[in-house]
Ligand binder design. Structure first.
Ligand SMILES: CC(C)=CCC/C(C)=C/COP(=O)(O)OP(=O)(O)O
Ligand SMILES: O=C(O)c1ccc(O)cc1
Ligand SMILES: [Mg+2]
Length: 253
């Protein structure tokens, strides 16, 4: 509702759900990647890659994560329960994509941003295409930016172990590609906010978020692993700016 704070119970449920599902995604990913991760310096000390945990212990842990996730999903409306459960198809198939396509980052985008659809559905019991299509698109384009930067950390190792990524696909043209995806993300966020009738206060935050994105893309040294990681992590600020913009755009409307 315009001029109101978001439902705090929903915010808490989605906060916990995001942490749980991201965790479950990491468990699946690290289980399926254990024979790749043990050949790569950055990942070889992970629990399954190093043998500290057995795959069956991993499956039990995954079961616990998914059960807790189910506890959250059951508190939402029926429409959202189906939508939320269907995200598991993406979560379970994501780790396989890096074996087949140079665009696993796009698939991670489809997976990671499912929550945007779910959030809308949980409140409205429907999906309004004018808002959620550009919102989901914006999330996918944003993921393509930060996960391509992330993948540049591993490009030499990935070549050795036969893993594909947009970092390898884009190569020397990475900055042009991610600039285009960054611009598409900002444009789509503007359209989504406009269609959701957010107040003017949303747009200064979106402008600041665009500046943050432009800063990371223009300053990242793609041949420096530490800098790639730093710029990847800096996306928490991009997320915080967009979130604050939505909040203020709603309060001021
Ligand atoms: C909800 C989901 C799908 C969560 C998974 C997130 C994740 C770990 C992505 C990176 O995979 P990666 O194999 O490219 O990265 P790394 O090399 O760090 O394992
Ligand atoms: O949650 C992670 O570990 C993660 C998320 C996004 C990425 O692009 C890479 C890793
Ligand atoms: Mg991996």
């Amino acid at each position: 509702m315009p001029g109101e704070l978001p439902d705090l119970k929903m915010l808490a449920l989605f906060g916990c759900g995001a942490v749980l599902l991201r965790g479950a995604g990491c468990t699946v990913n690290d289980l399926l990647d254990r024979d790749i991760d043990n050949k790569v310096e950055r990942t070889k000390s992970r629990p399954f890659a190093s043998g500290a945990l057995t795959p069956s212990q991993g499956v039990c842990f995954l079961g616990a994560q998914l059960l807790l996730g189910l506890g959250i999903l059951l508190q939402l409306n029926n429409y959202s329960r189906v939508l939320g459960a269907s995200s598991l198809l993406l979560v379970f198939s994501y780790p396989l994509m890096k074996r087949f396509t140079f665009w696993p980052q796009a698939y991670l985008g489809l997976t990671f941003n499912w929550g945007a659809l779910l959030g809308w559905a949980a409140i409205k019991e429907s999906l309004d295409p004018a808002v959620i299509v550009p919102l989901y698109t914006a999330g996918i384009c944003w993921t393509l930016v930060y996960d391509t930067i992330y993948a540049h950390q591993d490009k030499e190792d990935d070549l050795k172990v036969g893993v594909k990524s947009t970092a390898l696909r884009f190569g020397e043209s990475t900055k042009q590609w991610i600039s285009a995806f960054g611009a598409a993300s900002i444009g789509s966020l503007a359209l989504s906010g406009y269609n959701a009738e957010l107040a003017w206060a949303y747009f200064p935050f979106l402008t600041a978020a665009a500046a943050q994105l432009a800063w990371q893309i223009s300053t990242v040294d793609l041949s420096d692993r530490a800098d790639c990681n730093r710029k990847f992590v800096s996306n928490k600020w991009f997320g915080a700016l967009v979130f604050s913009g939505i909040l203020c755009g709603r309060l001021a409307s």
